[in-house]
Design a protein around this ligand. Structure first.
Ligand SMILES: [Fe+2]
Length: 208
């Protein structure tokens, strides 16, 4: 995630989830297939919000916050909890590696963008929106992963993110922040909830 305050608190990831993610990431598959395998692992072992302390679950009025729950010694993946108060949002960004997200509280509204050029210069086109409710799990991999996430609900949202990188070393999974105009395009698709679309979401993102 981009621009979030980061708090390194060591390994606090549930053991069953760690075991499943290790198996998925050691498969030797490419990024997209690895994201699908990790998404399946997270769906089977989605933690409760209690993986964070009450103070952490309350969030921060200044910004959404991220808490590193685990970084694998090899640097092959990291598990991060993100807390969003109502209205808090990321910048538009993409990522350096595959990413899997499971929502454990509240609702996260996601906007997906395409990068375009031409006479108007480099700009973004919003190509899809979707709402990821509690219990939904989705995964994706670059390229074609430009998005913005916002808590549009009335309650604090919490999500578990698994990245294919050492976030304690990188500080963030963000490859680029896109401070570009968003120009009109065809009406964005409203996608079905990610809970039913883990693999479908991967295939949808592949075409961008
Ligand atoms: Fe992101």
């Amino acid at each position: 995630m981009a621009g979030a305050a980061t708090q390194e608190l060591g390994t606090r990831c549930p053991p069953a989830l760690l075991t499943a993610v290790r198996a998925a990431t050691r498969s030797g598959a490419g990024w997209r297939q690895t994201a699908a395998l990790v998404a399946a692992a997270l769906a089977r072992h989605l933690p409760s919000p209690d993986v964070l302390t009450a103070a952490e679950r309350a969030g921060d009025p200044a910004s959404y916050t991220q808490h590193i729950l685990h970084t694998e010694d090899s640097g092959s993946f990291s598990v991060v909890a993100v807390v969003w108060r109502p209205g808090q949002a990321t910048p538009i960004h993409d990522h350096v590696t595959w990413c899997v997200v499971g929502v454990v509280a509240g609702n996260e509204h996601e906007e997906l963008y395409g990068l375009a050029g031409g006479p108007a210069g480099e700009h973004l086109v919003r190509i899809a929106v979707r709402d990821n409710g509690t219990g939904s799990v989705s995964g994706f991999a670059p390229p074609g992963d430009i998005h913005r996430v916002r808590n549009t609900g009335a309650e604090t949202a919490i999500s578990i993110h698994i990245y294919g990188a050492d976030i304690s070393r990188l500080g963030s999974s963000v490859r680029r922040r896109y401070d570009l105009p968003v120009l009109a395009a065809a009406r964005p698709q409203r996608r079905r909830p990610a809970s039913t679309l883990t693999r479908r979401a991967l295939s949808l993102r592949r075409v961008r």
